[in-house]
Design a protein around this ligand. Structure first.
Ligand code: FEO
Length: 397
């Protein structure tokens, strides 16, 4: 007996949990696992919406058989082709011969190029509908949320939005599947981490997608990851709206790279001054021990970013440089930056970060503080000044 859940009569959750994979996309840590959500609509005709990663196949197919009970599968709706959702397409086509695979023109190209299989493809365009008998499915094309072929499927009777990656996050579904069955704060943090790491680069496209649903009643949000939002779908829709507008809260992230503790000492001092100046949300994060996935998540949340580095081979300490490369990929606007760091004989770490900031046209607050080996009293004075200026900017709104 496999775990399935009824969303409403005739609509079922048939997703799976993955607690085996260490890195999502082979980059982002899955410290709390992840779920690959798939949904089955059983009406006069039947439709499976999105599939799961290939590693969970036998459990997944068993769930579908368990609900269909010998009924034919008529449609497989492919909202998104990233392999965490498209991995089971070939197996579904094999297990349910004749199933119509539904997607847009880009979906078909991607199926051909990724899996080299012949499918009975049914192309839909913006606003097209499929009649299942008592229920109708309507399609909204939402490119770049998260890939160009991405679309969403809206079930018109019970007003359920099958949203693809949108509104979803990391974290396996450990018993609780619905928002009213889980600690929403636990998931919200992992949803923001998924958003900032995976989808965040495409904020304007997320906004465009959200605008398509102005005036469309949504009672239930079914994402391809994380909980099903049946009690308070507006909670996650509003959060997504804020994140994709790049809104921020009052707070500062201090990310630092240190070899022997001197740059860390500066980070702790800056944090203390910020606290004295009234900043309550301060996150001090070591780039050597904290994966950039978690640092980017905090940076998405707060306005102030203070970067500290020691000098390594005449440049930025490599774990810090890795964070900067990732940050510049995300294109995050409207944050403010400050810089500090150390050098032994050549310098180059602080200058390297300042160059990044200028290249990305990020706003700088205060004078960068660069220290020879270890901070002296005068250096702490300069750090105090920098922290006070940052606190003023943070609290100015
Ligand atoms: Fe959950 Fe873009 O894949």
């Amino acid at each position: 007996m496999e775990v399935v859940a009824k969303i409403v009569d005739g609509v079922y959750y048939v997703g799976v949990n993955d607690r085996d994979t260490h890195l999502f996309e082979n980059i982002w840590p899955l410290t709390k696992g992840v779920s690959y959500n798939s949904y089955l609509v059983v009406d006069e005709k039947t439709a499976l919406i999105d599939t799961v990663k290939v590693s969970k196949m036998s459990e997944y197919i068993e769930k579908i058989h368990q609900i269909l009970g010998g009924k034919k599968l008529d449609y497989l709706i492919v909202n998104h082709m990233e392999p965490d959702h498209s991995g089971a397409i070939a197996s579904i086509v094999h297990a349910f011969p004749g199933v119509k695979v539904v997607g847009n023109n880009r979906t078909h190209d991607f199926i051909n190029a990724m899996y080299h299989i012949d499918v009975n493809f049914y192309e839909v365009k913006e606003g097209d509908e499929i009649d299942l008998g008592n229920r109708k499915l309507k399609f909204f094309l939402t490119p770049m949320v998260h890939w160009p072929e991405t679309m969403m499927t809206y079930e018109m009777n019970d007003k359920i939005l099958f949203a693809g990656d949108a509104f979803g996050g990391f974290g396996s579904l450990d018993g609780g599947i619905f928002d009213d069955e889980v600690d929403v704060n636990y998931f919200e943090n992992e949803i923001r981490r998924y958003y900032s790491n995976i989808v965040g680069k495409f904020g304007p496209m997320v906004q465009k997608a959200l605008q398509k649903f102005n005036g469309v009643e949504i009672k239930i949000v079914c994402s391809t990851h994380g909980p099903v939002w049946r009690t308070n779908p507006m909670h996650i829709i509003s959060a997504y709206d804020r994140w994709s507008r790049y809104e921020y809260e009052e707070g500062v992230v201090i990310a630092y790279g240190t070899m022997y503790g001197n740059t860390e000492k500066m980070a702790d001092y800056v944090a203390r001054v910020l606290a004295e100046e009234g900043v309550k949300n301060i996150r001090v994060m070591n780039t050597s021990t904290t994966h950039e996935s978690f640092i980017i998540n905090e940076i998405w949340r707060f306005k102030g970013i203070i970067l500290g580095t020691c000098t390594y081979n005449n440049g930025i300490f490599p774990p810090m440089e890795n964070l900067l490369i990732n940050l510049s990929h995300k294109g995050l606007p409207n944050r403010v930056f400050s810089v500090f760091g150390t050098y032994g004989w050549s310098g180059g770490g602080v200058k390297g970060i300042v160059d990044y900031i200028e290249r990305n046209k990020w706003q700088m607050v205060g004078e960068p503080v660069e220290v020879n080996f270890s901070p002296c009293e005068e250096d702490f004075g300069r750090l105090r000044k920098l922290a006070v200026e940052m606190a003023k900017v943070i609290e100015s709104e």
